[in-house]
Design a protein around this ligand. Structure first.
Ligand code: PRT
Length: 111
């Protein structure tokens, strides 16, 4: 099955999962929830969050060269999560990133 067909099949758990996860991350920023890893990252601050983004990026690269598709997907999920924590820490609305992607897409489509 092609990646496009797999995406179509799994449409129910599509990009909206990013919005849901981002909402949870924003909630963690406001509330002190015991045992929350997200909260731990916010408490540690921007340097720690940037370090995690760097580490997770490196893990995506390593998995991409040697790992199975499943391992690569897991590392990408880790990276996306940490990028969302970074966005929340720097107060970047998800819409701003979507808008930037849409602008670029529009250029490609000639809109
Ligand atoms: N998607 C994630 C997610 N992806 C990765 N991680 C955590 O990221 C960490 C990365 O693992 P590492 O081994 O690199 O780091 P570590 O050694 O555990 O920690 P460090 O000391 O290096 O910071 C793991 O502890 C993972 O649990 C995540 N933690 C939380 N989420 C989501 O965030 C939601 C809120 O989570 P909590 O804040 O924990 O309630 C959860 O429901 C999940 O949906």
């Amino acid at each position: 099955m092609s990646i496009r067909e797999q995406n179509q099949k799994q449409h129910d758990i599509g990009p909206s999962i990013i919005d849901i996860l981002y909402e949870i991350i924003l909630t963690r920023k406001e509330e002190d929830i015991e045992g929350s890893y997200t909260r731990y990252l916010f408490d540690q601050g921007i340097d720690k969050i940037c370090k995690k983004v760097g580490e997770e990026s490196a893990e995506v690269i390593i998995a991409s060269k040697n790992g199975s598709p499943r391992e690569i997907s897991c590392e990408i999920a880790d990276l996306l999560y940490h990028l969302l924590v970074l966005m929340a820490e720097r107060k970047i609305p998800a819409q701003e990133v979507y808008l930037e992607l849409a602008k670029r897409l529009n250029k490609t489509l000639g809109i």
